[in-house]
Design a protein around this ligand. Sequence first.
Ligand code: UFG
Length: 321
Amino acid sequence: MVTGGAGYIGAHVVRLLLERGEDVVVVDDLSTGREDRVGEATLVELDVAAGDAQQRLELVMDERDVDGVIHFAARKQVGESVQRPAWYYQQNVTGLANVLAAMETVGAGRLIFSSSAAVYGMPDVEVVTEDTAPQPINPYGETKLVGEWLIADAERAWGLRSASLRYFNVAGAGWADLGDPAVLNLVPMVLDRLARGERPTIFGDDYPTPDGTCVRDYIHVLDLAHAHLAALDRLGQGEERVFNVGTGEGASVAEVIAAIGRVSGLDVTADVAERRAGDPPRLVASADRIGAVLGWRAQHGLDDIIASAWEAWQAGPRRIG
Ligand code: UFG
């Protein structure tokens, strides 16, 4: 079962699972996901945070003989989580609790959880390891950390086997029809502005970084999808349950915008705006643990990420030029 399998990252995992012949049932409320992304998988329209979700999930799990769950279904907008904290806990924590309760009832014992680098908050380190103290600075990051705790409790209580993947900055497209449909993150935000004939915006160029703009660890969504399969296949091996998913390489906002210019051939001269609240200057993963325990490492760098994002954008309705 893939919850949130009609969303941006989930749909990539669904496609990989189908490619290797797995029987996949997608559970998605289609609030941000799209039906045409799930391919041959069965789609069950269901909000995992709804009052009757546990019972409905149990029925689907029973009927389809579900033995593992990849749980993406959640809300992911930091600003919105600051405005509506209770709703974020309902959606992200209650949603996960419903999934876990249903799994326990039917005896489905394998779970991969979408966590986030947002659990780290503003770490003052060059590279973030899984042992860097988590200190989320917004409700979104809190719900992901609480989710990890709840999963660890379920492991102790009834023998669940799990992996929580802390995603760094996800971008790109593994297939041109599976680009990021939302305009919430740097790469789509730049493409969106270019499509409107506007200049990209840099939120602050006076950070303590080499070029003054914020540094992030950009991970190709297809690499991230493969990390889920690696986690699923090696579940329960080793002691570790929490993994960073990043490349170990940082790229600045200015470097990302320059890469978009190179790939597209467009003028990407940017305007510099005020800093955005809550942005850490630098957030780069150590990917050592996931390499050592799950045998996974990123295959794609920034240029591949941007080229694939561009190709997917140009395949969509808002083609530029
Ligand atoms: N940025 C710009 N201009 C834009 C858009 C973004 O300068 O038009 C900057 C941001 O200020 C930030 C960087 O680009 O410095 C990356 O911003 P994103 O919004 O793409 O990503 P974040 O690093 O802020 O957030 C991502 C995920 C969150 C998660 C967080 C974990 O989107 O879900 O990483 O730290 F919480």
